[in-house]
Write a protein that binds this ligand. Structure first.
Ligand SMILES: [Zn+2]
Ligand SMILES: [Zn+2]
Length: 349
């Protein structure tokens, strides 16, 4: 008898195979509805978290409460524990590690999206499934490029699938950021950059610390804490201080918290009140409107296509982003695909 793997999205990506139920990235953020699409999937046997952005793990705590074992990078566990204010008991995974939990075989690989981000390969009797969460094959100033993994079924982040971002746009962003810092500082003003705490803040800290001139980097509390997690798990980001300690100096770069959830900016009032400060917003939509470039730590359309081809995948499903267009593009390549948010995918069919 041929075993069949079933995959669908419902508050995360569910994989049912070999009598096991694995939930990747428990989240309430994506997905059109919350109805069960497979009869009584019940409690998962294992929860796997790709990284600490809330749209990938905001529904984790109820599984933790139910006693389901969780796997994630130790950095992600620190980040997630911060959201829910309790320690998340989890099995730590890191790049290159193989593990078997309750008979489920997994292997972890870097995803280069932010500190702690991992992609996972799961071995099953129906074939190998690779789940990327969010992934960046180009790398950035603060992250090495992600490796491409081979397998049979790929579930991949398609955030930058549509509109397609270009390699040039990340170079434009880097130059724009450097110029912004230079101009602000040259005119004797602090440069305030609003960015997401996990990912963007570490990138901006790296850019600021690699300027030709000496700068003092200050961060709001949350991005400051994320920098500390990065220091511990990746490498030292260089010099930076908490914004609460800010004393106006001529050559200051301030990385302020732009929360993607509430779009709150918790920059200390001391800094907000600086009349002569200059500010920019380093996040996709705002920058896109301002500079007509896309900025993200996500793989572009061409690198996603290359990943599918190089890995020899027979099926590829979108996780985030343009669910509608991706399956059609895969179909044209002769690769099986459905939108797991709107139907159950069986492999082999
Ligand atoms: Zn993310
Ligand atoms: Zn995401």
């Amino acid at each position: 008898m041929i075993n069949v793997m079933k995959i669908y999205f419902e508050n995360g990506l569910h994989v049912l195979v070999d009598g096991k139920h694995v939930l990747f990235d428990p989240t309430t953020v994506f997905g059109p509805d919350h109805q069960a699409r497979v009869d009584a999937p019940g409690k998962p046997d294992l929860v796997v978290v790709s990284h600490g952005h809330a749209d990938h793990c905001n529904d984790l705590s109820r599984h933790v409460d139910a006693g389901v074992p969780c796997i994630m990078h130790a950095a992600t566990a620190e980040i997630v524990s911060r959201y829910v204010n309790v320690d998340i008991p989890s099995l730590p995974a890191r790049h290159g590690q193989k593990m078997t939990v309750d008979g489920i075989e997994l292997e972890a690989f870097d995803a280069a999206h932010c500190v702690g981000s991992l992609q996972f390969k799961m071995r099953t009797s129906s074939g190998d499934i690779v789940f990327t969460g969010d992934i960046n094959h180009d790398g950035s100033m603060s992250m090495e490029p992600a490796p491409a993994i081979a397998g049979d079924v790929l579930v991949i982040d398609t955030t930058s699938w549509n509109p397609p971002a270009s390699r040039e746009s990340s170079v434009i962003l880097l130059e724009t950021t450097r110029q912004f810092i230079d101009e602000a500082i040259s005119s004797g003003r602090p440069a305030i950059i609003y960015g997401y705490p996990l990912g963007t803040a570490q990138e901006m800290t790296t850019i600021a610390n690699n300027m030709e001139r000496d700068v003092n980097v200050y961060l709001d509390r949350v991005p400051f804490e994320m920098n500390r997690v990065y220091d511990k798990h990746v490498k030292q980001l260089g010099k930076y201080h908490e914004a609460g300690d800010f004393v106006p100096k001529e050559n200051s770069v301030i990385v302020a918290n732009l929360s993607w959830v509430k779009h709150e900016m918790d920059i200390s009032s001391k800094i907000r009140g600086l009349a002569r400060a200059r500010s920019m917003v380093a996040c996709g939509k705002k920058l896109n409107a301002m500079l007509h470039v896309e900025f993200s730590f996500h793989s572009r359309r061409d690198t996603i296509e290359k990943y599918v081809g190089d890995g020899g995948f027979k099926a590829a499903l979108p996780f985030h982003g343009d669910h509608g267009a991706f399956p059609l593009a895969m179909y044209k390549r002769g690769v099986l695909s459905v939108d797991p948010h709107s139907g159950v995918f069986s492999f082999p069919g």
